[in-house]
Design a protein around this ligand. Structure first.
Ligand code: F2R
Ligand code: MG
Ligand code: MG
Length: 349
């Protein structure tokens, strides 16, 4: 296994929390002028802010459950993770959960439940959810498991606790793969990074359930692969507008309309961009760009933040941002513990 630099796992978890917290400001907005984004981000440097002024939402609340479950059980335990999701929801139901997933979380709290995957299967008349709720919380799997096949297997199972439609759980697999590869330094070669994601997703989407769901929803045969090919086309263009990105990739609450978008935000912002302040580093550019897309900004910035944070590491994250985002400091500590699990597994423990 390639060894990542010490700050990268911390960067991944903290980047996700920051994206959720700073992105919440614009969630659901149709149009977000870049000047509004920059005003919002510049405001984070205000000395009077801090102490978690910007609260995290369901994205981070659920990711924290994933982290705690993986750490406590030293691996994936569906019963434990499901119980944590349900408990977290009952303690803080106002974190902005999707309207469908609330039913799952309520059912998961029942002591009578014998199959923890059943409530998710019952969603949307048995079709299951295709929302991005499985993907938004998946980064900890990439930090805990060194083996790519484990990252795929457990991120899928973790997502299926709430999202039984393949367009939901395959989005989680794609996001976990992006964080995993980024941790291994794969973003140094962006074209190869994308090729690897496509080849992995070709295999992931080649199963019967995925093909059936795609057909039922009138999507391409392999919907995530198709979006990744569109993403590659966008990257090949010398100039691309926000409108084109939204039109080609989406900015919505479905995993299909947000995970490839988050990956695009990271790739597009590897270099300085005209519309963004020249003093911004790559992580700040990625955040600003994700917010300017509008739509599901907390979740797109959360997912892009995890991938970008894994690439750039914790060192580049502005201290002022850390201070004003609820849960950011804690994410740094838990990332350290998760990474110990990674090393234990990498050494065959
Ligand atoms: N939900 C939000 N934000 C808007 C509401 C905020 C809240 N009212 C407030 O202001 O406090 N954000 C969060 O939800 C997204 C993650 O959602 P998740 O966990 O995937 O939820 P769900 O309910 O499973 O799916 C979301 C919606 O997608 C549509 N949908 C999904 N599957 C469907 C299917 N098979 N058929 C038809 N529609 C389907 C539904 O509209 C679901 O409600 C993140 O953005 C997170 O930040
Ligand atoms: Mg949210
Ligand atoms: Mg959201």
């Amino acid at each position: 296994f390639s060894v990542c630099k010490p700050g990268q796992p911390y960067g991944a978890l903290v980047g996700a929390v920051l994206g959720d917290c700073v992105g919440g400001e614009f969630e659901g907005a149709e149009e977000v002028p870049m000047e509004n984004v920059l005003r919002h981000l510049n405001g984070l440097d205000d000395e009077t802010k801090g102490d978690g002024t910007l609260e995290y939402s369901d994205d981070t609340a659920m990711a924290r459950c994933v982290v705690q479950s993986l750490l406590t059980r030293a691996g994936f335990d569906e019963q434990d993770m499901a119980r944590r999701f349900a408990k977290e929801y009952s303690l803080a139901p106002g974190r902005g959960y999707g309207s469908g997933v609330i039913q799952v979380l309520k059912k998961l709290s029942s002591s009578q439940l014998s199959d923890v995957y059943q409530p998710a299967r019952d969603q949307f008349n048995g079709r299951g959810s295709f929302g991005n709720g499985g993907a938004m919380r998946v980064a900890p799997f990439a930090l805990a498991f060194p083996d790519l096949s484990d990252v795929k297997k457990y991120s899928r199972s973790g997502a299926m606790l709430t999202h039984s439609c393949s367009l939901g759980y395959n989005g989680a697999v794609l996001q976990a793969l992006a964080v995993h590869l980024s941790l291994q330094g794969a973003l140094e070669l962006p074209a190869q990074f994308l090729d690897k994601l496509i080849s992995e997703m070709e295999e992931v989407e080649d199963e019967e359930a995925s093909r059936n769901d795609a057909r039922a929803l009138k999507e391409a045969e392999k919907p995530f692969c198709e979006r990744l090919y569109r993403l590659r086309d966008l990257m090949d263009r010398s100039k691309v507008s926000i409108e084109e990105v939204i039109c080609e990739l989406g900015n919505g609450i479905a995993a299909l309309h947000s995970v490839p978008t988050a990956i695009f935000c990271v790739l597009h912002c590897l270099q300085p961009r005209e519309s963004l302040p020249p003093h911004y580093g790559g992580l700040e550019r990625t955040m600003a760009y994700s917010l300017a897309l509008g739509g599901d900004t907390d979740t797109i910035a959360c997912m892009a933040g995890a991938i970008a944070g894994a690439h750039y590491g914790i060192e580049v994250i502005p201290e002022a941002w850390m201070k004003c985002c609820e849960g950011a400091k804690e994410a740094e500590v838990t990332a350290q513990r998760l990474h110990a699990l990674y090393h234990q597994r990498a050494q065959g423990g």
